[in-house]
Design a protein around this ligand. Structure first.
Ligand code: AMP
Length: 215
């Protein structure tokens, strides 16, 4: 089974939900750069201070800051257990740096699952999205509600709606995705690692297609 994976797709394509399901099924670590960056902002760290304004505006945090931050994660990446990268890489420079780090450890990315999704579907998904500020689990008031409304099933923390999930900010994040992140589809396609999954399919079908791609 493939254990070093990238989850690629626009905001609202359901990467967070599928990551939680794959984590449960396969025991892979879920690494969400957005969640890690929000924690840095909360803690007021040096990276957090530099990243804060970009997160609020829905813009990409500049590559040097992201690479500094993610290279710390790479030092202790669970290469044997396996991991799903969600939200990283987001630019060509990040993808190249990631390949270099992993090649040096003889542990390259084995599959890139690309969840294709248009803006209308993303807007529908994101209206009603809630997430746990503590453990990062993602819920949806209609399609994936928590057992107790407003509380995380995993750790019981009060759920929040992300400040950058407003329609205006989402439209901007989508545009940035199309310009900066979508070229990665071609980059990984050339490496023969991409598997395209239609993000509009029902959750159980998306999970089935994702598991099939990893086996
Ligand atoms: P996400 O939770 O993946 O939607 O990320 C939320 C926000 O964190 C993004 O809108 C960016 O501001 C920032 N971010 C997360 N990952 C990256 C990355 N790989 N490169 C640049 N900015 C990022």
């Amino acid at each position: 089974m493939k254990r070093r994976i990238i989850l690629l797709g626009p905001p609202g394509s359901g990467k967070g939900t599928i990551a939680a399901q794959l984590q449960k099924e396969l025991g892979l670590a879920h690494v969400s750069s957005g969640h890690l960056l929000r924690q840095e902002v909360e803690s007021g760290s040096s990276v957090g201070k530099r990243a804060k304004g970009f997160l609020e505006k829905g813009e990409l945090v500049p590559d040097p800051t992201v690479l500094e931050f993610m290279s710390n994660w790479m030092q202790s990446a669970p290469l044997d257990r396996g991991f799903m990268l969600d939200g990283f890489p987001r630019t060509l420079a990040q993808a190249i740096a990631l390949d270099e780090w992993l090649d040096a450890k003889n542990a390259p990315i084995e599959a890139v699952l690309f969840y294709s999704c248009d803006l209308a579907l993303a807007l529908d998904r994101i209206a009603g999205r809630q997430s746990c500020p503590k453990c990062g689990r993602v819920y949806h008031v209609r399609s994936a509600p928590p057992k107790v409304p407003g509380r995380c099933d995993g750790c019981g923390a009060a759920l929040v709606e992300r400040a950058d999930d407003s329609e205006a900010v989402l439209r901007k994040r989508f545009e940035i995705y199309a310009g900066q992140t979508e070229p990665l589809v071609e980059y990984y396609d050339r490496q023969g690692r991409i598997v395209v999954i239609d993000a509009s399919r029902p959750p159980e079908e998306r999970l089935k297609a994702s598991l099939a791609a990893l086996n």
